[in-house]
Design a protein around this ligand. Structure first.
Ligand code: ARG
Length: 491
């Protein structure tokens, strides 16, 4: 129908299929119907079309609203869902259907539809992340006293607790939520009225369109409205960062459940075995998650590349961006949900964690700090303890097997003298539990400090949930209002 003026016939069939977005458009179908409903109401209120025409158009659109998009009749020559909707309305109401596209374009319509769908998708990923954080918080609560080695350079560094470790991820995932919230806020502006790129001379009401579609404001520049997709990039970046965090956690699950580390037990339901090696328990879920994060980064790289040389304003290149966005949304949302389930069942091996902390000389820093408190400079203390550790490694001893004499010997070797340190201080500095308890500064691993962190994290989760609930409410309210208005009109 679109082609009947400018062209004689249809597109070459392969070329038509090659450029069509119809399959992908199913995801925006109901948003496109909503936009059309709002548009007709607005046109009628502005006196651009008559109330009786509006009533017919709305009747057809409401009928479409009830249709399951998978059951929608489409033809190969229809370029996209926007054409399908218009064709459906024309078929339903005849010539009046031709008025539907007054003062709008597929360009403003498609970007508006993407925003409408993306708003909900972002809220869904946020909520999934908040559930993940809640799960991690529960696991942390159970493990405030579970001492484990903290690593730097993947070498045992200092003792911490499993709760402290889990809380670290809670902080990261909550920042992911904040980034998604921010993306939502920036994209919550309505492009409708931008039409092709330069707006229209019809006296449309853009504010009303924004209101009917639950947007906070209108896009201030019509060219920017149809030609910019940085909101897509921002969302995809936030999603990519989320998968970085997920992938890091997945990597540690893989590593720590290995025979070599042996610090975590992955639930059987999240593992597979080998077809040949009967002993194998493979952390395949975490592996797939680690791999799929690459897909989300790839989508982002693809999106950046696609956009970087596009002139203002609309070009059909933009159509190829949308599937990348949905792929990132789906991959990230799925990964968050799977991670939540897996983390519910992951078991820390408390004894092994403690042993690893001991054998890795993790209390060395605390001993050096202890020497500083007895008057030594930190550099001298560092050298004495360093020597003590290297002597121990040579003698095949662990930190806990070291005695006061070993320490004094190291001091004589490095500083040429014995040190005046009470034996009790020396012993306490080597005691894993005491060392962790002493790290009680805000953000630290002591059970008390972690309790405070968990409380604060819970408060943040509540705050974020509140915002997402309010945003859902606003969206639903606008949707209900729109349908009600459309029904009133069409009667
Ligand atoms: N299918 C297009 C997309 O997804 C809709 C806009 C098409 N605009 C156009 N002028 N051909 O971006």
């Amino acid at each position: 129908m679109l082609r009947r003026g400018r062209f004689e016939g249809e597109m070459e069939p392969l070329a038509a299929r090659y450029t069509s977005s119809l399959d992908e458009d199913m995801r925006i179908f109901s948003a496109v119907v909503q936009i059309n409903l709002a548009h007709v109401i607005m046109l009628a209120d502005q006196g651009i079309i008559s109330k009786s025409d509006a009533s017919k158009l709305l009747g057809a659109l409401l009928k479409l609203h009830e249709i399951d998009p998978t059951k929608l009749e489409t033809r190969p020559e229809q370029e996209d869902i926007h054409v399908v909707v218009e064709d459906f309305v024309v078929k339903e109401v005849g010539e009046v259907g031709g008025k539907l596209h007054t003062a709008k374009s597929r360009n403003d319509q498609v970007v508006t539809a993407i925003k409408i769908v993306l708003r909900k998708e972002l809220l869904r990923v946020e909520e999934a992340l908040l559930t993940l954080v809640n799960t991690l918080l529960e696991r942390a609560e159970e493990n405030k006293e579970t001492v484990m080695p903290g690593y730097t350079h993947l070498q045992v560094a200092e003792p911490t607790t499993f709760a402290h470790y889990l809380a670290a991820y809670c902080s990261a995932f909550l920042r992911d939520v904040r980034r998604l919230e921010e993306a939502f806020e920036l994209l919550n502006s309505c492009p409708m009225g931008a039409c092709a790129l330069a707006g229209t001379s019809f006296q449309i009401d853009r504010g009303r369109m924004a209101n009917l579609l639950g947007f906070k404001r209108i896009d201030e520049n019509t060219m920017d409205a149809v030609g910019s997709r940085d909101f897509v990039l921002q969302s995809m970046s936030a999603l990519a960062i989320t998968t970085v965090n997920l992938s890091r956690l997945a990597e540690e699950i893989i590593l720590w459940s290995s025979w070599e580390f042996d610090m975590l037990e992955v639930p059987d339901e999240f593992s597979s075995t080998s077809s040949i090696m009967p002993q194998k328990k493979n952390p395949v879920v975490a592996e797939v998650m680690r791999a799929k994060s690459g897909k989300v980064f790839g989508n982002l790289t693809g999106a950046l590349t696609l956009l970087k040389a596009l002139c203002q304003s609309y070009a059909l290149d933009l159509q190829e961006l949308t599937p990348l966005l949905w792929s990132s949304v789906d991959e990230t949302g799925n990964a968050v949900e799977v991670m939540t389930r897996m983390m519910k069942g992951v078991k820390p091996k408390v004894e092994v964690m403690r042993e690893k902390s001991k054998s890795g000389f993790s209390t060395a820093t605390e001993l050096a700090d202890c020497l500083v408190r007895s008057g030594l400079s930190f550099r001298d203390a560092h050298a004495v303890v360093g020597r003590m550790v290297s002597n121990a490694i040579e003698a095949g001893k662990t930190m806990e097997q070291l005695g006061f004499e070993d320490f004094q010997r190291a001091s004589e070797q490095v500083l040429g003298k014995r040190l005046d340190l009470p034996l009790r201080d020396f012993s306490e500095a080597l005691d894993l539990v005491k060392v962790v308890e002493a790290r009680s500064i805000p953000g630290g691993p002591s059970p008390k400090a972690v309790s405070i962190q968990l409380k604060e994290l819970r408060r943040k989760v509540k705050q974020c949930s509140k915002l997402s609930r309010a945003r859902w409410r606003a969206i639903r309210k606008a949707e209900e209002k729109l349908l009600k208005k459309a029904k009133e009109f069409s009667e």
